[in-house]
Design a binder for this molecule. Structure first.
Ligand code: NAD
Length: 472
């Protein structure tokens, strides 16, 4: 049968809607060939000494430093991230690489956990080794390609896996740039292979007999992946969405500072972070002053061309999300919410939406229940801690949650009762390579980062080693 012609992927600049590149998508045969190549390459890669694998990733780090400006500009062009924030991401990933390089030797080392002598003078050793999973599929999101991609492919490669990397169709050129630099770092051919295309290519990748699937993206796609993999005995990790709440107590030391910190947590990356603050509850006594300071902070954000140094809010990466935001605003207004600032698309070319603050919101409104993934926030007044805890937990998600208060014990007591993978006191929208990144409910299953986020790319193997006396 003739091979169907590969469809092409158009790369659009979200700041002006113009197509600036076009790439042929991988078709079924290409995905299969890439899988086979990765399968062949993986064994030799796993057989290399760890020191060599560490050296490759260290060289990759140096290339990210060398090419930081070029890579930041590419990221800004294809997904609209303001240039200062693209540079921050390139800088931020270096700390993650340093963590992986420092911790991988300890996590991946073989460990003798028990040793005993038997009566006849023989010995028994029990050992754990960390074997790579094999060939893994890394299907990724566009909002932080270096972070969310790197959280998977960096430790996976260090652990001796081969990676089939399906970047989001909104950051394909960045995915390719990553592959080129891994290649230049001396990574053996086919150990890391990028795929080109959208959901259909991701779905085709899942039809290959991969040894693990590591996905970052929406709940809807995560569920499709869980269904597609349900009958296969391989590890599946899903890092999905959030509707992350923060509660501001009336004892907060500095209301204006809390407001500025939370405005940044809600609107950084134009609100397109999985851990963006998406709901704020403020204790009655602090509500008015908090809202005033919050709106003032938001009005200070500079929206515009993401290539400009001072731009803080860029276009949304996906045009379709404009409709989601419009629908959330309309639904909230219909149910009695007030828009204090913003609320509409910006009348200019590109996917721009005004930074939007809503009050008089409640949990019947989509804006307080569904992930917005854009520059929009609902702020709600609450009488006290019990109400705040109930509202924070009234969600299908559980990625992060925060409390702003001058009383650490109070904050920790509240956070202990909120279901979330990460808990923040007097901070928000923060990720550390040293801490596990995971979530409750529809925020997903499995984890990345921390030492456990290296071990997750291995299969621990138990060895029972019995030596008879006199055999040495
Ligand atoms: P998405 O689900 O639309 O796409 C994610 C990836 O899945 C893309 O590469 C896409 O091509 C692929 N895909 C789509 N359909 C597929 C299918 N049927 N089979 C296999 N692959 C398929 O998500 P997105 O818009 O790229 O990312 C935004 C979402 O990601 C948000 O919900 C955000 O909260 C979430 N996210 C979560 C984290 C986290 O750590 N929990 C981090 C970043 C982003």
């Amino acid at each position: 049968m003739p091979k169907p012609a590969p469809a092409s992927l158009k790369i659009v600049n979200p700041a002006d809607g113009r197509v600036f590149a076009s790439l042929p998508c991988d078709d079924r045969a290409a995905v299969r060939d890439k899988y086979r190549a990765a399968r062949t390459a993986q064994t030799a890669w796993a057989g290399q000494p760890l020191a060599e694998r560490l050296a490759v990733i260290a060289r990759f780090r140096a290339l990210l430093v060398r090419d930081a400006e070029e890579l930041a500009r590419l990221l800004t062009r294809e997904m609209g991230k303001p240039i200062a924030q693209s540079r921050n991401e390139l800088k931020g990933v270096l700390g993650r690489i340093d963590f992986f390089l420092a911790e991988a030797p300890g996590v991946l080392a073989a460990e003798d956990v028990h040793r005993e002598k038997d009566a006849s003078g023989g010995s028994l050793v029990e050992r754990i080794t960390q074997e790579p999973l094999g060939v893994i599929a890394n299907i990724s999101a566009w909002n932080y390609p270096y972070f969310v991609g790197g959280n998977v492919f960096l430790p996976a490669l260090l652990a001796g896996n081969a990676v089939l990397y399906k970047p989001s169709e909104f950051t394909t050129l960045t995915g390719r740039a990553i592959a080129e630099r891994l290649d230049e770092s001396g990574l053996p051919r086919d150990v890391f292979i990028p795929l080109v295309g959208g959901g259909a290519v991701g779905a085709e990748l899942l039809r290959q007999p991969v040894d693990g699937v590591f996905f970052t993206g929406s709940v809807a796609t995560g569920k499709k992946i869980a269904r597609a993999m349900a009958s296969r005995m391989v590890k599946v990790q899903l890092e999905l969405g959030g509707k992350d709440p923060t509660y501001v107590c009336d004892d907060v030391a500095d209301v204006a500072q809390a407001a500025a910190s939370l405005a940044d947590g809600a609107f950084y990356n134009t609100g397109q972070s999985c851990c963006s603050v998406e709901r704020i509850y403020v204790q009655e006594g602090a509500f008015e002053s908090f809202v005033k300071a919050f709106v003032q902070a938001v009005k200070g954000f500079k929206l515009g061309d993401p290539t400009r140094e001072r731009t803080y809010l860029g276009p949304l990466a996906r045009a379709a999300q404009l409709e989601v935001l419009e629908a959330q605003v309309a639904d909230a207004q219909r149910k009695g919410a007030r828009v204090l600032t913003g609320g509409r698309r910006v009348k200019r070319k590109g996917n721009y939406f005004e930074p939007t603050v809503l009050v008089d919101v409640d949990h019947t409104m989509a804006v307080m229940r569904d992930e917005s993934f854009g520059p929009i926030i609902g702020i709600m007044s609450v009488p006290g801690d019990e109400a705040a805890i109930a509202l924070m937990n009234d969600t299908e998600f559980g990625l992060t949650a925060g409390v702003y208060s001058s009383d650490r014990a109070r904050a920790e007591k509240i956070l202990a009762r909120v279901k979330s993978g990460s808990a923040y006191w007097n901070c928000c929208d923060r990720v550390s390579p040293r801490l596990p990144w995971s979530g409750y409910g529809n925020s997903g299953m499995g984890l990345t980062l921390s030492r456990a986020g290296i071990a997750t790319f291995t299969r621990p193997r138990g060895w029972h080693l019995k030596e008879r006396s006199g055999s040495m």
